[in-house]
Design a binder for this molecule. Structure first.
Ligand code: GLN
Length: 244
C-alpha cells in the first residue's frame, strides 16, 4: 500500500482564492487509486516533518508574505532546499511561487528573500494583473495539454537559466505580462500564478504531481487513469468563458 505525505505550508496565512482546494484534489485523486494520504499543516515556528513527499504553499497578500518570509527562509529554507535537490515535489501558487524564488520585492516596501528552489525573481509593478488565464503547457511530454485558472498579482516574475516555464500564455498576463510565459518549474519544483483553485480543472497536472512524488519515493509509478469527464467538462467550460 503506497502512502503520499503532503506538507501544507502556512495554510493559516497563504490561502487566496481557495488555494487550499488543491490539497483536497491531491487527496481524492490519490485515494481514488487506493493510495493512503497524510496531510501535515505547518506554519511559523513549526519544524518540517520527516518523510514529506509533496509540499504545497498557496497564495497570499504582501502582508502575509512579509509575516512568514523570515521563518520560511531562516528556519525552514536550508532543509527545503535539500529536499528539493532530492526530488521532493513542491507546488507554490502565486505568493508561494514568488517565495520559492530568489526574492520578491513588493512595490512599496523592502524586498523579501525567498528560498531559491526556483531560479526566478519577482518585482512588483504598479498595475495588478487580474483575470482568467489560459495556458498551453510547455512541460516536456505534456505539450499538447492546457491549463486554466485565475490570476491576481502585482508581482512580475522573471525566469533565470535553470527554470523552465510551465506554459505559454494564450489568454491573460502570466508571469510578467511581457514574455507570454506562465509559471516555472525545475527538477520537481513547480510554481504558478494560477489560482482557482488550480487542480480541480487541470486533473492532468494534479496527477503529474502525485506521480512525481510517489516515483521519487518508491521508484517509477504510473497512476491508473480516472473518469475525468466532469473535470474535463469544467476545463472546457473555463476555456469557453475565458475565450469570450
Ligand atoms: N502579494 C503577491 C502579489 O501581489 C502575491 C499575490 C497572490 O498570492 N495572489 O503579487
Amino acid at each position: 500500500m503506497y502512502e503520499l505525505v503532503i506538507c501544507h505550508l502556512y495554510p493559516d496565512l497563504m490561502n487566496l482564492y481557495g488555494d487550499r482546494g488543491n490539497i483536497s484534489v491531491l487527496i481524492r485523486r490519490a485515494q481514488w487509486r487506493g493510495i493512503n494520504v497524510r496531510v501535515i499543516p505547518i506554519s511559523i515556528g513549526d519544524d518540517i516533518p520527516s518523510e514529506v513527499d509533496l509540499f504545497f504553499m498557496g497564495g497570499g497578500q504582501d502582508r502575509e508574505q512579509r509575516l512568514l518570509a523570515p521563518d520560511l527562509v531562516n528556519k525552514k529554507g536550508d532543509k527545503l532546499r535539500k529536499l528539493a535537490e532530492r526530488g521532493v515535489v513542491f507546488l507554490g501558487i502565486c505568493g508561494g511561487y514568488q517565495l520559492f524564488g530568489h526574492y520578491y520585492k513588493p512595490k512599496d516596501s523592502t524586498r523579501l528573500d525567498g528560498i531559491g528552489i526556483l531560479d526566478v525573481y519577482t518585482e512588483a509593478g504598479d498595475k495588478r494583473f487580474i483575470g482568467n488565464v489560459f495556458v498551453k503547457s510547455k512541460i516536456n511530454c505534456y505539450e499538447d495539454l492546457t491549463l486554466v485558472g485565475f490570476e491576481n498579482h502585482s508581482g512580475r516574475t522573471y525566469l533565470g537559466r535553470d527554470a523552465k516555464p510551465l506554459g505559454e500564455v494564450l489568454i491573460g498576463y502570466g508571469n510578467n505580462g511581457e514574455d507570454k510565459l506562465e509559471g516555472a518549474w525545475q527538477r520537481s519544483v513547480f510554481g504558478t500564478y494560477l489560482h482557482g483553485p488550480l487542480l480541480p480543472k487541470n486533473p492532468w497536472f494534479a496527477d503529474l504531481l502525485i506521480e512525481k512524488a510517489l516515483s521519487n519515493k518508491y521508484g517509477t509509478i504510473k497512476l491508473s487513469s480516472l473518469d475525468d469527464t466532469l473535470e474535463l467538462k469544467a476545463h472546457r467550460k473555463a476555456i469557453e468563458i475565458i475565450s469570450k
